[in-house]
Design a protein around this ligand. Structure first.
Ligand SMILES: NC(=O)c1ccc[n+]([C@@H]2O[C@H](COP(=O)([O-])OP(=O)(O)OC[C@H]3O[C@@H](n4cnc5c(N)ncnc54)[C@H](O)[C@@H]3O)[C@@H](O)[C@H]2O)c1
Length: 350
């Protein structure tokens, strides 16, 4: 990366949209998935901690930091399930990438779109390792902001072309279907979650509700299915009936965070889970039989955002999809911060 000492690269929402179209949405997801997987495979080089969450009655604001010793990243993200009623997003985010050696940030990026992309890419990376290789049909329950991204990542990485959609709000299903049908998916609109899971090899749940919901009950999950549970990601906010968890082989990002936030908050703290990085590194088995029920208990971990920011930093190099942002006060004489301020007095020569 080459840039001015006192400017950092800024990727706005507009620039991110232009970048994604320049690369192509599915190519972007495939490229991002490769970065996510590569970083999972070097899991031990990362500084890790559960994210710092500030809960309120309407939602949560979270900070997600990590570092590999050369780069440092953090994401600011919120989750407010009722925001839709105010015409706002449930999830918004931005993030920063910095050099560890100097502590100087190098990239500030919108991450609302990027979170949807990285969540979908991570789900598909997990499913590629855990779902039956002959999986063809995915139920997509919760047809909000994340849903189309999930569909596209599963097509790009697993070849899933057939979708069964359900949302408690039929308008959400209609919008999701209208967005995806022109892209060539075969789509069935369902009137219940029970109907959606019929014949599905993979079930993705991406609903938003700040409570312990039962999107999937025990009788709805059959042998051989892969569950990609995206929406349960906060204390007191889950999507699956506990009984399912006792039948499934459970795979998680970072157990210390997932035990607080994921579906497994419903289980004893020592319930056996497998870490996804171990499966991706060949250190632990993924799916071991066609009848096994596998569950990716996704909550979203800081390394995925690190990977996403690293991917964006590489993608924008040599392009016009960023601007230089005057974010860092960096006087020529490092200790003369005050002098720099005084020289900027109105009327003073620059
Ligand atoms: N695991 C992760 O990494 C990760 C990342 C991003 C978002 N999320 C979570 O994913 C969820 C979805 O996010 P979003 O941005 O798409 O939210 P959104 O508000 O845009 O969409 C959620 C959808 O779920 C529907 N829904 C709510 N209750 C339902 C139910 N009982 N049955 C069927 N549908 C139901 C809503 O009508 C809405 O259309 C949120 O809970 C969010 O916190 C997780």
């Amino acid at each position: 990366m080459t840039h001015g000492l006192n400017t950092i690269r800024f990727v706005s929402v507009d620039a991110m949209m232009r970048l994604v179209h320049h690369v192509g949405v599915e190519s972007f997801l495939t490229g991002l998935a490769a970065y996510v997987e590569a970083d999972f495979r070097r899991w031990e080089s990362f500084d890790k901690s559960p994210r710092v969450a500030s809960h309120s009655p309407g939602g949560v604001i979270e900070l997600m930091p990590t570092s590999d010793g050369a780069l440092y990243a953090f994401k600011y993200v919120n989750g407010h399930p009722q925001n839709g009623r105010l015409g706002r997003q449930t999830v918004t985010a931005f993030g920063v990438l910095a050099e560890v050696d100097t502590g100087y940030p190098t990239l500030l990026s919108e991450m609302t779109l990027l979170t949807a992309l990285r969540t979908a890419a991570t789900s598909a990376v997990a499913a590629r390792a855990l779902a039956r290789p002959d999986s063809r049909t995915m139920a997509l329950i919760g047809n909000g902001a994340q849903s189309e991204f999930q569909a596209l990542a599963f097509r790009a990485l697993l070849g899933i072309e057939t979708l069964r959609l359900y949302d408690i709000d039929p308008a959400a299903t209609e919008r999701c279907a209208a967005n995806l049908a022109p892209l060539g998916f075969s789509i069935t609109r369902c009137t219940s979650a029970e109907e959606a899971v019929q014949g599905a090899d993979i079930v993705t749940t991406a609903t938003a509700d700040k409570r312990q919901a039962t999107i999937l009950s025990d009788n709805m999950v059959g042998a051989g299915q892969h569950l990609n549970a995206v929406g349960g990601d906060c204390p007191g906010k889950t999507e699956l009936a506990e009984a399912i968890l006792h039948r499934a082989s459970i795979f998680v990002e970072y157990p210390e965070q997932t035990r607080i936030e994921g579906e497994i908050q419903q289980l004893a703290p020592d319930h056996a889970v497998t870490e996804l990085w171990q499966v991706l590194s060949g250190l632990a088995p993924g799916r071991t039989g066609a009848d096994q029920i596998t569950l990716f208990d996704s909550v979203g971990f800081a390394t995925e955002d690190f990977s996403a920011l690293r991917f964006v930093a590489d993608c924008i190099a040599g392009t016009e999809y960023f601007e230089e942002l005057d974010l860092l006060a960096d006087p020529d004489e490092p200790r003369d911060l005050f002098g720099m301020l005084m020289r900027a007095r109105p009327g003073e020569a620059a």
